[in-house]
Structure formats: C-alpha cells, structure tokens
Design a protein around this ligand. Sequence first.
Ligand code: F0G
Length: 457
Amino acid sequence: MELPFAESYKIKMVETIRRSTREEREQWIKVAKYNLFNLKSDQVFIDLLTDSGTGAMSDKQWSAMMIGDESYAGASSYYNLKNAIKNILDFNYFLPTHQGRAAENVLFSVLVKEGDYVPGNSHFDTTKGHIEFRKAHAVDCTIDEASDTELYHPFKGNVDTNKLDQFLAEHASKVPFVIVTITNNTAGGQPVSMECLKETYKIAQKYGKMVVFDSARFAENAYFIKIREKGYENKSIKEIVREMFSYTDAMTMSSKKDAIVNMGGFIAMRSEELFKKATVFNIMFEGYITYGGMSGRDMNALAVGLDEGTEFNYLETRIKQVEYLGNRLKEFGIPFQSPSGGHAIFVDANKVLPNIPKEQCRAQTLAIELYLEAGIRGVEIGTLLADRDPVTRENRYPKLEFLRLAIPRRVYTNNHMDVIAVALKNVFDRRDKITKGFRILSEAPIMRHFTVELERA
Ligand code: F0G
C-alpha cells in the first residue's frame, strides 16, 4: 500500500486557541462594525485573515534570532541577509525595509512620478496604493482566463504579453517599469509561468524598460513551475528561483510571506545607480542601510527563512495543505478560483450569494457569515478592497468578488482545514436564505477596507 502524505516537520511548541458561541460572535462582530479587522484575535478560532507574518518560525530561525547582531551599522546579521539574497536570488544590491509596502514606498519614491503608468498583473492593493498616491496609474494586464473561476489554467497569474506589448507601444514614454507579482495574489494566489516571465522581460527590454518583481510569494511560484511547467520537473526550487530572477532588474519583497518571518521586507536590484538613489529614501523612511526597518535578530531569522522557504519538502507540505482544503470544498460543490492557489483558497462570492445586490458587498457578507458560523476569519477581496476611483470617487466593482481563506505557514493542521470546509458548507447550504448584505457607514479616503464601518442593509 502506498504511504499517505504527511507534513515534513513535527511540532515543538503550541499555542492555545479558543472556540466561542454563536451568541458571543454575533455580539463581537456587531461591536466590530462588521469589519473583521476590528475583531480581537481571541474572538477568532481559526484565523485565515492573512498568511502574512502569521507563519510559525522553525527551531533554526529561533536560534538564529538569539545570535542577532544589534549594531546600528555593519551588523553581522545584515551580512547574513546580504549573503542569503546573493546566494538565493542573485542580487548584488539590497536595502532592508520593515515590510513589503515600505519597500514599495522607497523604490517608487525613486521611480514613479505623476502621470506615469505602471503595467503589471493585478497589482496588490498596497502596490496600487503607492502608485495612485503618486498620482500615477496601475494598468492591469493579467490574462483574461484569470477572471473565469471555473476554468483550469496552470498559470492563471500570467501577464497577457500581447496586452503589455500593445500598452507599451502606445505609452512607453510614460512607463517607468513593468511590475510582475509572483504569485498573483489578487487573481487567487495563481502562479506566473517561467515562459511568461521570460517573455515579459523580453518585451520590457524591447522598450528599454525595467522589470520589477513583487516577490512576496516567489517560492510558491517556483513550486508551481516545478510541478506544472514542462522542462522544470527535475530542477530544484533554488535552481528555478535563480532562473526566475534572471528575468528581472529589481524586486520588492514582503518577507512576511515566503521568507516565513513575522516582520520584514527588502528591495534588491542589479543597478548600483538605482541602489544609490533608493538609499536616500531608505534612510529617510526606514533606517540606515544596514538595518532598514529591521532588528538584527529579525534579519538573521529572515536569512534562514529564505533558505527554508525555498526547500521543496517545506513547499510541498504547504501547498498540499491549501490543495487539501480546496478538494474538500470541491466535494461540497462550493465554487472557488480553481485550481487552488499557493497561499489561499478564493471562494467565488458572486456564485455563492448572487441574490445580494453588488452594492451590498457579497464577499464581505460571506466572510461575516463564515465568522458567525464557526469563528473563522477570512478576508474580503472584492468591492471594499477595490475602493473608489481616485478621480471620479465612484465605487469600483471588480469582476470577481472573493472571500479569501489564507492559510498561515506551518500553523494549522488538516483537522482545522476540515472544520473550515464543513463550516463553509453549512453557510453554502443556507445560501438562499442570505439575501441582504451590508451598507457602508464610514470609510477612509484610501485603502478603506482596513477601517471601514458597516451596518446591515
Ligand atoms: N505585495 C503582495 C503581493 C502582497 O500580498 C502584499 C501583502 C504586499 C505586497 C505588501 O506587503 O504587507 O509586508 O507590507 N499582502 C498581505 C496579504 C497583507 O494579506 O495578502 P506587506
């Protein structure tokens, strides 16, 4: 008999989580103004709000923390990180920052100016925010297949290289760089193929433009290339990662994802000139160049995390868990972006709750129902996140309304996945009775989803 699959680690430390009653949750979510970000973590049983900074560090990462060097300048921890970035990603220049959006802030301070266009594949909200804050525009060139949640495509995160080429042909003078997000979070944690990375780089070069990778989940992307793209099945993840990064000029990184640390980020680049320009902003916004926004101990843990995060066994355990949850949902007929993504399952709220008017936030309604059902906290990737158009101030209604169930790394077991699947099934089974959503009471002028207050419609 073939042995079943099992995790490539065992557990050394545990943290208690607590179940609650439906009555308690009804009270708590009302006080939270129906915004799941406002809940206290102990009001949540299984927390799938994000996979960012919520992973469990390894024994090796914790021991690296103990020998962190907290010198202001020239710390050995900085050199440990520098070496890891050189060895794994092959960049000569880098700047540490406190997280991914800080890396965007520093790099875009150099590169993006008013009236610019930044084409890419479904920019993440902070990326878009940092572009629009500078009165520039994010142009989405993701392949059309990404918006059909039932369609199988092995690389649904891909850039449509024809769209990109056409856009550059018309607007190249206003384009500072092309950004490729790997994996494509907004499209459902979907990967970008090596072929597409190569082609995107070629097109950008044709117009003399830089390519920047938003690399938060680059290792998960490499795993999918190994599993799904012809010619890569016998390559190691680290070999694939090196090839991926040979098709870019610079990268921003939220280390809270694939480098499995609780806080941290960086920018890396090939150009010394760009490094020097970015240094000025890094010192102003983040900190001196050998620590950015990070402690020495955190840089040490990050250096180890980059290595562990690009190991096949770890990635296989991780992505198979996400797939396990996806398979359970499929059994129950619950529609989600398929195939399942690297870090999350994106439930298709338009299909689950079509009776709710789109102004009443279908995905948010589904998120609240799941919380009420079992104390599980997911996150809306829909109308609230899409925000208003910065010029017209009209609501932007995205084609897709998702409830994202992001799985923290090395944190939950498949028993938890079963609880999530059954809880969602219970909501799904009573979907016809859910006919009213939520209205916005108050919202911030940008990135409103974090602080928005809602009431029942
Ligand atoms: N880029 C991508 C693709 C991201 O998913 C995120 C964060 C960032 C950049 C910004 O990084 O949070 O370190 O400042 N995504 C988190 C999420 C918040 O839940 O998907 P950060």
